[in-house]
Design a protein around this ligand. Structure first.
Ligand SMILES: NC(=O)c1ccc[n+]([C@@H]2O[C@H](COP(=O)([O-])OP(=O)(O)OC[C@H]3O[C@@H](n4cnc5c(N)ncnc54)[C@H](OP(=O)(O)O)[C@@H]3O)[C@@H](O)[C@H]2O)c1
Length: 310
């Protein structure tokens, strides 16, 4: 496993990290989840991403149990807040940042997270209040560094312009062969300001592994077939997207790579990307995906991928 510095922080994070959306504490049973966490450590993954909203606290609770007994400085732990935990507990106000951070720490069974992220931008709270409260969280030692997810370039610029505000070191956008929007503005803006990208759904929720085929039902053991986990896959399971994946198959084969490795190495070709956050329902997937770290795609392979999905 290779490691990259996360923006202007002092954190060295594994190129492949383990996420917990839909899976742990929710769609994947605890014994499989624990096997995935063990496989991650075995493969050198040191970076784990979660959120208070995943399973409405259940993913953090699972990680609290699964990480118990591991040395706290042997991994980098990231969580988030914003989405409603109850009808009234939501957003990025000072009160919510204090309350949700304490609740996350209790579920995660730790006194600090390495990275505390705003899961989305909050239009209802003055940005100054949010930044001040994040600064407080850092000063208290409960959060070592701060980040955001899916903020627009305007949101990012506004935060950077607040005098004396705590520094963001990470941005968490969706980014994959199938979804390239942040390349244009978010990547360069962040790179110029010490903010690294930790990208989500780098495998398009599994579509880029090649397991879904045009005209065939999704495999029974896949996310798309799962009533608990498949609800967000609509945009990916259709003939247009699956045709693109079909065009990637021979490219991967010619390069001597599996499709998941091609997709992850493609994401990691960008120096702005500090880590690709994968999901996994089985330990074998963790091992396979972790092995993408260190693969450098030749320029003709990158060009062929670009052409296949253009
Ligand atoms: N900030 C945000 O708004 C946001 C949003 C979404 C996600 N995230 C973060 O990003 C993480 C990753 O998202 P994601 O789970 O959508 O990522 P992904 O890596 O694109 O998809 C993961 C899923 O693909 C399948 N898979 C993974 N590796 C495979 C392999 N080698 N072979 C075959 N199938 C494989 C597994 O599903 P099955 O085995 O069930 O098919 C797995 O659960 C999340 O856990 C979360 O931490 C953040």
């Amino acid at each position: 496993m290779r490691y990259r510095r996360l923006g202007a922080s002092d954190l060295d994070v594994s190129e492949i990290s383990l996420g917990s959306w839909l899976t742990y504490g929710a769609g994947v049973d605890d014994s499989k989840g624990r096997a995935c966490v063990d496989a991650a450590f075995d493969a050198g993954i040191n970076f784990i991403d979660t959120s208070n909203i995943y399973g409405t606290g259940a993913a953090e609770e699972f990680l609290g149990r699964a990480l118990k007994g591991r040395k706290r400085d042997s991994y980098v732990l990231a969580t988030k807040l914003f989405f409603p935990m109850t009808e009234t507990d939501k957003g990025l106000s000072r009160a919510q940042i204090r309350k949700q951070l304490d609740a996350s720490l209790a579920r995660l069974r730790t006194d600090h997270v390495d990275l505390y992220q705003c899961h989305r931008y909050d239009d209802e709270t003055p940005l100054e209040e949010t930044m001040d409260a994040l600064g407080e969280a850092v000063k208290s030692g409960k959060a070592r560094w701060i980040g955001f997810s899916e903020w627009s370039p305007e949101n990012i610029r506004a935060a950077l312009a607040i005098p004396g505000a705590a520094r963001f070191v990470s941005s968490q956008p969706q980014y994959s062969i199938l979804y390239r929007r942040p390349e244009k503005e978010v990547f360069p803006l962040c790179a110029a300001n010490g903010i690294g990208q930790i990208v989500w759904s780098p495998l398009g929720q599994g579509v880029l592994t090649g397991k879904y085929r045009k005209g065939a039902p999704p495999p029974a053991d896949s996310r798309a077939a799962s009533p608990e986990m498949g609800g967000f896959m609509g945009r990916w399971i259709n003939d247009a997207v699956l045709s693109k994946v079909d065009r990637l198959r021979p490219i991967a084969e010619k390069a001597g790579l599996s499709l998941p490795k091609l997709a992850l190495a493609w994401v990691l070709r960008r120096p702005e990307v500090s880590s690709a956050i994968i999901g996994a329902s089985r330990p074998e997937q963790v091992a396979e995906n972790a092995a993408a770290s260190g693969i450098v795609l030749a320029p003709d392979v990158v060009a062929a991928v670009d052409a296949a999905v253009a």
